[in-house]
Design a protein around this ligand. Sequence first.
Ligand code: URA
Length: 207
Amino acid sequence: MASPVVVTHPLAQIHLTAIRQTNTPSAQFRWHLQRLAEILFMEASRSLETAAVRVQTPLAETDGAAFARPIVLVPILRAGLGLQEAILPLVPDATVAHVGIARDEETALPMPYYAKLPSILAEADVFLLDPMLATGGSACAAAAQLKAAGASRITLVCVVSCPTGLEAFGTQHPDVPVVTAAVDERLNDKCYIVPGLGDAGDRCFGT
Ligand code: URA
């Protein structure tokens, strides 16, 4: 199994606990998910390269930093939008690309149905966003789409992962680091993560 970066910061675990709780209403679910996304992104962006710039303070000129490359956020529709909403304000100049991958509820296989990707992927730091790494099918398909379009620096940010998804993703994309708040036990027979948090999209959007 690929080794993810598991964010064990107490605040991350408090927000994770709130979104696991089955009776947390959508408004609170979204709020806690967004706070957790901010924390995960702080870790995921830890090794972003910066370039030296000079900055003029009111008192003197001094050294500063700018992102070395453009940043692209790629939420996998639709649950990834819950992460993107929180992360974009942290990197407001980022480009947002959308990838639509539905899960066939019978086979649990990924079905790509939409992709709107920018032309700057080859030069960008790319963050693929999906709250749940279950079978890994959607994340694997999305990462493959991004690579085919030129991306080579990709990080996957997910809230809850599991051994099956990490194994599949690590095998197909060993070059893509995974940042997560939890590695749960297993998948059930419907390919939901156990204990997990249920359907992240439904819980986020109240459907
Ligand atoms: N997608 C979800 O939203 N939840 C799971 O447990 C698995 C896939």
